[in-house]
Design a binder for this molecule. Structure first.
Ligand code: NAD
Length: 212
């Protein structure tokens, strides 16, 4: 196994979803070419991705064992160890995050949700706690992941509160450039940047069509 690139890492969840579908259909082996076709990659790319997380080499005639790849990818991504997380901000986005039941499949369990609005009490079976309980909750249950879904102006305060209580990784949905110490992991989720990419690709396609 070699070291893994960010691009490979980001492709793994989609491979895993597809391989699990194949598993459900009773498929035992799959060729890299077939997987490459589904994702519009080259089979060399797929084989390289698999080689970076699995000892499973894939056989010329039968291809890769689906079960083995599912096991290796899930293990690599840490999906077998569920990480508990707290969510702060139960507005539109927070409601959507709490209503998604699939996070557990990706190794994430939102065990506590917090807001300053006392009228938000229960969302999709999750009791919503007052923000004043956040610090003691994180400490008591030794929670390591914090999800920020508050407005931009409150995000840094929430981030500081989380880190002060022991959070080590932040999934930030707010459009705030959070200042964090070096030993804290952060992923900034930004729909605006994905949309910028999409519209740039769209304009490229339109330009190409115009020139044809
Ligand atoms: P919203 O106004 O519907 O909800 C915000 C919630 O945060 C409210 O329930 C409010 O009571 C609560 N809140 C405010 N200050 C708080 C504090 N200090 N502590 C605890 N709770 C607090 O907003 P929304 O549409 O859910 O968006 C939430 C955040 O997510 C915003 O920063 C928004 O810009 C961002 N957002 C990001 C994306 C993305 O792609 N990353 C998409 C949509 C929204």
């Amino acid at each position: 196994m070699s070291s893994i690139s960010k691009e490979t890492l980001q492709r793994l969840p989609a491979y895993l979803r597809h391989l699990k579908e194949l598993q459900k259909q009773g498929v035992e082996n799959v060729a890299s070419k077939a997987i490459a076709k589904v994702f519009n990659y080259t089979s060399v790319q797929v084989r390289k991705d698999f080689a970076s997380i699995s000892e499973e080499a894939g056989k010329p005639k039968t291809g890769f064992s689906v079960n083995r790849l599912v096991k290796d990818i899930a293990e690599f991504l840490g999906y077998n160890n569920i990480n508990e997380a707290v969510l702060v901000g139960v507005g539109n986005l927070g409601h959507a995050l709490l209503s998604y039941s699939g996070f557990k499949d990706y190794g994430l369990d939102i065990v506590g949700a917090f807001d300053i609005n006392p009228n938000i009490k229960l969302v999709h079976g999750h009791k919503i706690y007052n923000l004043s309980k956040l610090e003691s909750f994180i400490k008591r249950f030794n929670i390591l992941i914090g999800i920020i879904a508050v407005p931009k102006d409150s995000a840094q305060d929430i981030c500081d509160l989380m880190i002060g209580a022991g959070i080590k990784a932040i999934w930030n949905f707010s459009p705030c450039n959070l200042v964090i110490p070096e030993n804290i992991a952060i992923i900034n989720e930004d729909m605006a940047s994905s949309l910028a990419l999409l519209s740039q690709r769209l304009s490229k396609i339109l330009k190409k069509e115009k020139n044809q």
